[in-house]
Design a protein around this ligand. Sequence first.
Ligand code: NAI
Ligand code: MG
Length: 493
Amino acid sequence: MNTLSPKITEFISKPKPMLIDGRWEFAVSGKTFEVTNPATAEVIAHVAEGDKEDIDKAVKAARRAFESKAWADMSPSDRGKLIWRIGDLILKYSDELAELEALDNGKPLTVARAADVALSADMFHYMAGWATKRHGLTIPISASGQYHAYTRLEPVGVVGQIIPWNFPLLMAAWKLAPALTTGCTIVLKVAEETPLSALRLGEILLEAGLPDGVVNIVTGFGETAGAALAAHPQVDKIAFTGSTEVGRLIVKASAGNLKKVSLELGGKSPNIILKDADLDVAIPGAAHAVFFNHGQCCNAGSRLYVEQAIFDEVSEGVAEIANRIKLGNGLDPQTEMGPLVSNVQFNRVCGYLDSGYQDGAKALCGGKKREGAGYFVEPTVLVNATQQMKVVQEEIFGPVVVAMPFREVDESLIEKANDSIYGLAAGVWTRDISKAHQIANRLKAGSVWINCYSVFDAALPFGGYKQSGWGREMGSAVLENYTEAKAVTINIG
Ligand code: NAI
Ligand code: MG
């Protein structure tokens, strides 16, 4: 049942090199590292261990490509068509990509196909359109004399992109597509936990006809390859998705040449259910908000605030759903939730559960690891929690929601919802549309979902307030990350 297709078996059968300057190359050091399947803890592949020297080669290739006629002189229309073709090829190879994602990350194959792969293709298709639709302005100015003044939106240059393992292909798509549409060139450092789908994407980029060096893909560890990319003096801009802790290191590393920085970091998002909500929708919605992708979402609705009158019904309802979720190997079509991505994340999440119990929280369901091979944690609803507990304040990044009652919709509810170092997302469930808007306006979060959760679209900006990050991904907003506005003023007097 969990056997691999011949294509994927072949793909992982030999050590995987990196994409540098349009060629597949191993690390200068010759080193490789192991990639594991988190459902079994078995080694499934070996990939090149890129380090500082490899990053330097990749950055130089990206610099040459940026200045090359093949890329700089490509018309916006041709650039758009090329990016569109990448989206088409992702759809063409969606079975392979979904299989790699299930194998490497652990997520269910069905989810990988319907969510990760489909949204990745969407991202390229959406961004393809911007290649021909973004332009500067003619601006009337008041300086004395006669002038014709206009702006040009130019690519920022060579971009370093560092991505995590929770949506390996989709995070690559979120990063690559907008940078390509604006005319940048890229060095992408993928997460060491999940390098495989990005390497397959590299093949797709070449098949689509992307000129050499425009996208370079380096596999390697954060402290070595990632740090070298963040500090590289010839990188003009760095875009990072990952932990808030490493976000801070990226900011420090960027100081050398003051490269531009955008960050998409952690979250501890409040999900608020009012007593007038349609509970047939809100209860499964609250479960989906936190259990999707095994809770490994920066936007997970991990703090569930429920109006007192319906607290038991909602928390028990979410627990019942959790109890029914079928854990298993992502490659098994019956599986609804896979393992956490690595032993490190598994121990981190189990550590948070222990800390919750020590502080007095109780599990309504789940609440522990699953014995046996693989990094499985049972979906868990914690109750008896108070606002200051670690499980309420810190990002767990696992299938764990903390449910807490509130007395009424007032100032103290808004204060509690906003009582976090993060500000990435929030949910509100109610039939009272005025209240929904009032609460949405007061929440310090980059995304607010009303009577829904985790609705993502390539056209919608996504990013955080406070320590959830700098800048936005997706939509037209992300294009700001990758452009310089040049003002040209001509004396016509
Ligand atoms: P991480 O922030 O260490 O890793 C993310 C990426 O950054 C990876 O590609 C990694 O190689 C790279 N990286 C690590 N250290 C680096 C450094 N010094 N310089 C440059 N790049 C570096 O996150 P990790 O350790 O995988 O997960 C830890 C926690 O981070 C999770 O438990 C979760 O709370 C949060 N996280 C948030 C994500 C999000 O979507 N915002 C995604 C993944 C993790
Ligand atoms: Mg880390």
